[in-house]
Write a protein that binds this ligand. Structure first.
Ligand code: KG4
Ligand code: ZN
Length: 377
């Protein structure tokens, strides 16, 4: 089954065409083509993502990326039916720029061999989600292809399947990104229970905010991580101060990261001059505090649920220190650990294709009606 997948939930515009086969437990994905544009460079100068600015970028980049993905597919030119054209104009009413490009580059192309279109319907930034959803609906209308809405977090959960790394159930996923921090328990395929989540900031968001306090560029995670590594190699560590490990004593699986962030703010104020050495120490202590907290709650969950697989997903899963410690944890508890490849840990359309295929196979998906910023698993 040929699946076209579209992702626009935050600051990555991504399109992929995938040939999917196999069962829900052992699917097979053959990547035909994919294209991705990251808006990081743009948002870097503002220190974060502004939704309306991100929306404009998605509108500008989505169709060029889509055309790149479609390039080697057999298509012919044909004249667009005026009724269909009207319908598409209605769908893309709020995406004026997208409609202009759609009319110019897509409306006269005959249907390529695509069996289904899947698109992220949430969670994420609603203005940017709408770009992907409306584009998917317009394509579906033009070519009479079914369109399905996919949960972005399910994509992160199922990413290892892209590389034939199969999930044995029950499984637990630690999903850590700029927008989310969740522990998701899955007793059987496509059945999810969020057993813990952050009560305030997401872990990636905390990395980004602390990086900004230290005058480091966005996204802050890789920056802090590099400084923390350097501090470890130089054996530099905080001696007269430390940062809190929030919620570590609470009996649930929830997290909180805004306290550590505020603690760093006060620390910087109290320390006065922030030398390079102090920066290194703060980065190391911050990373220690965050990783310890994540590991502690994950370990508690491993002890409570009889797990066969532990999955780590989302942008923060690229963190080397987290990876090193989570590997130890999985080894101690003798459970299979699935870590995505670095490129697949951040937002992409391949993971949406995977979640889409499994959802279609199990007849779980519906056409996307709305952008759902707070969609939960
Ligand atoms: O999954 P993702 O690409 O986008 C969201 O859905 O948010 O995650 C981006 C987040 C950013 O906050 C970034 O700082 C963080 O992942 N990140 C890291 C690392 N690489 C990316 N955080 C810590 N260590 C890293 N090596
Ligand atoms: Zn994500």
């Amino acid at each position: 089954m040929k699946i076209l997948a579209i992702e626009t939930s935050c600051d990555e515009t991504a399109v992929a065409l995938v040939d999917a086969s196999g069962t829900v437990l052992k699917p097979n994905f053959n990547i035909i083509a994919q294209a991705l544009h990251s808006q990081i460079k743009l948002h870097e100068q503002y220190g974060g993502v502004f939704p309306m600015m991100a929306k404009r970028e998605h509108q500008k980049n989505l169709i060029p990326l889509f055309l790149r993905v479609l390039k080697n597919q057999k298509t012919k030119n044909k004249d667009a039916d005026s009724k269909i054209k009207n319908k598409i104009q209605k769908i893309l009413m709020k995406e004026t720029f997208l409609f202009e490009q759609f009319e110019k580059h897509i409306i006269n192309i005959s249907k390529p061999k695509i069996d289904a279109i899947v698109v992220t319907e949430g969670p994420g930034l609603e203005p940017t989600l709408w770009v992907g959803i409306n584009f998917a609906r317009a394509l579906g209308e033009l070519w009479k292809i079914p369109v399905y809405g996919v949960n972005h977090m399910e994509g992160h959960f199922l990413t290892p399947l892209l590389n034939k790394e199969y999930i044995s159930y029950p499984a637990l996923a630690l999903l850590v990104s700029g927008g989310h921090t969740e522990l998701v328990y899955s007793k059987k395929p496509l059945n999810y229970q969020i057993i813990g989540k952050t009560l305030d900031d997401a872990v990636g968001e905390a990395f980004d905010k602390v990086a900004r306090m230290l005058n480091l560029p966005y996204p802050g995670g890789p920056q802090i991580s590099a400084l923390a590594e350097k501090a470890r190699s130089l054996k530099l560590e905080a001696s007269s101060w430390s940062l809190p490990r929030p919620m570590i004593k609470s009996p649930d699986f929830n997290f909180s990261f805004s306290g550590i962030k505020t603690a760093v703010l006060y620390l910087i104020r109290d320390l006065g001059e922030i030398t390079e050495e102090i920066k290194l120490k703060i980065a190391r202590e911050f990373e220690n505090a965050v990783v310890e907290t994540l590991l502690y709650k994950t370990q508690k969950a491993i002890e409570k649920y009889e797990l066969k697989t532990l999955i780590v997903g989302g942008g923060v899963s690229a963190n080397k220190f987290l990876q090193k410690n989570i590997k130890k944890l999985a080894k101690t508890h003798k459970i299979k650990l699935l870590l995505p490849k670095k490129k697949q840990s951040t937002d992409n359309a391949l993971m949406i294709a995977v979640a889409g295929y499994l959802g279609i196979k199990s007849k779980k998906l519906k056409a996307p009606k709305n952008a759902q910023g707070n969609l939960s698993l």
